[in-house]
Structure formats: structure tokens, C-alpha cells
Design a protein around this ligand. Sequence first.
Ligand code: GLP
Length: 237
Amino acid sequence: MKIILSSTPLEASNFVAERVLDHIQGNPCSVIGLATGKTMIPVYQQWIKSAKDRLIDHSRCFFFMLDEYQDLESDDSAKFENFLKNHFFTPMNIRRDQYALPTMQGDFSYEELIKESGGIDIQLLGIGRNGHVGFNEPGSKKDSNTRIVFLSSNTLEANRDSFTKTIPTKALSMGVGTILRSKSILLLAIGKSKSDAIKFLMNHHDDESCPATYLKNHPHFTLVLDSEAASKINLKI
Ligand code: GLP
């Protein structure tokens, strides 16, 4: 595991955006796994701005969404597809045939689709306060595939602001195994609310009560932290 400690949230999110852009610049047919959540908004802002400045073409990239709520109407702003349309797909002119959502057509169909694409080059992740990644809540298994998951009360409470119509109870999420098959993983954690999960992550391995701990043995796992997210661990800039 590599740790990047940034002094500000902006520096941390810019690091993530530039890292992805560096990859796409060298590999125009990149396959990128996209995460949602408030943490990711500044990443997408910098990504869009810097792609224009650096003239990086995305027309041959493909994107896999990490997760999606179930049972929300298609126009519900809480839906992650709508989040990504607003914050990334539309401003970046990403076509509908350039991205895929987790699918329910058989347990392995999303895994197959990812495999057929050549595999995910970089999977972006945030982290839940309870250490979930995607919607792999505590109790998720290390070898889990894309599946329907029931959302914990902790997660629903943390994401309450985004629900304006319906409160979902379940989601489709890449599994931990799906995420671990990515060639590299970039996890961004910002703010004090993530500091307990980061402390737990640093001190435990393969602990199902904090699914993010499963990522630590991945050969190309980078944890990007701002100083508040890192405030309960012993790291100095
Ligand atoms: C949701 C998403 C996660 C995300 C988490 C944190 O639960 N499924 O992928 O990491 O929220 O969101 P935020 O960045 O808003 O704290």
C-alpha cells in the first residue's frame, strides 16, 4: 500500500485527478472505474478542467460505475448515474456507449463485461464512515462479486442529504473481489468523518468489519488522504 498525504482536500483531489489523466494520456483506451459521493466532486471538477488544459482525449476510454441504488426513479438526483451525468459524463462529453452500470442480469455478467474490456486499469474509490467501499458494507466477503446489497442504517444516515424523493434500501455494487481484480486502486478519503475508518484500516488486515482493509494487500493500492482524514494515524507530511 502506498500512502499519499496531502495538506489540503484540494491537493488530495487534484492528485487523484492528475494521476488518472496521466494514465489516460499514455493509454487512450483506458478502462476506469468511477466512484460517487461528495468526496469525488472536486476530483471530477479538476479532471474536467485539466483534461481541457492538457488536451487529453477521452473518446476511446471506457468507464465502469462502481455501484448504483436500486428502486429509485430514473430522474431521481440521488441515482449515481445522474450524479455522474451531472459531474462528469455530460461536461466531459462521455457518450452513453462509453460507460456501464452494475447489472442484475446474472451474478457474473458485470464481471464478464469488465473482463471483456480487458479489466479496469484504475478503480477510484471513496470510503464510508464504517469502512465500506462501493456498497460493500461490513460483513462483505473478500471474494464477493457484483451483487445486490442491503444498505446499513449508518450508510443511509451518512447519505441522507442526497435523498430528496425515495430512501433506497438496497443497491447494486461491485464486490470486493471485483474491485481487487482492478489493476490499480486509488482510494481518496477527505475530512475528519473518515479518520476513524482510516485509523482502523491502518491497523487491521482482511477484517470483514471494515471491508477497506481487504485492499491493503493489493499490489497497486494507493491511499490518498488529506490531513484531517489522517489525523488519527501517525503520519507526517
Ligand atoms: C457511498 C458510496 C461510496 C462512497 C461513500 C462515501 O456510500 N457508495 O462509494 O465512497 O458513499 O461518500 P462521501 O464521499 O459522500 O463521503
